[in-house]
Design a protein around this ligand. Sequence first.
Ligand SMILES: C[C@H](O)[C@H](O)[C@H]1CNC2=NC(N)=NC(=O)C2=N1
Length: 112
Amino acid sequence: MSDAQPSQVQAAAAEESRVSDEELTTLLEQIPDWNIRVRNGVKQLEKVYGFKDFKQALNFVNAVGGMAEKANHHPALLLEWGQVTVTWWSHEIKGLHPRDFQLASRTDELSK
Ligand SMILES: C[C@H](O)[C@H](O)[C@H]1CNC2=NC(N)=NC(=O)C2=N1
C-alpha cells in the first residue's frame, strides 16, 4: 500500500501530464512565433498579435474567449490598443500540456 501523501500523488500526476522538454521542442516547431515564458517556475506559451486598432484587437479577444469557453481551457489575454498578448498554460498541472499547443494553433487560426 503506497504511503505517499495525496499532494505527492497529485504532484507526480501533474509531472506526468506536463510535456517533456523533448516534446516541447517538437511541439513548438509546429506553432510559429510562439515563445516559452517561465513565470513562478511555470512554463507558458506566449505570442503577441498586432491589429490595426483597439476594436480589431477586441474582436480577436472575444473570438479567443469563445473558443476557450467551448474548450473549457482558458488563456491569459492582455488587450491593448492594436495588440493582444495571448498566454496559454495549464493551471492544474502548473505547466504545459499538449492541449495548450493545440489551442495555441487554433488561436493562430482565429487571428487570420
Ligand atoms: C473547473 C474548471 O474546469 C478548471 O478550472 C479549468 C478551467 N480552465 C482552465 N484553463 C487553463 N488554462 N488551465 C486549467 O487548468 C483550467 N482548468
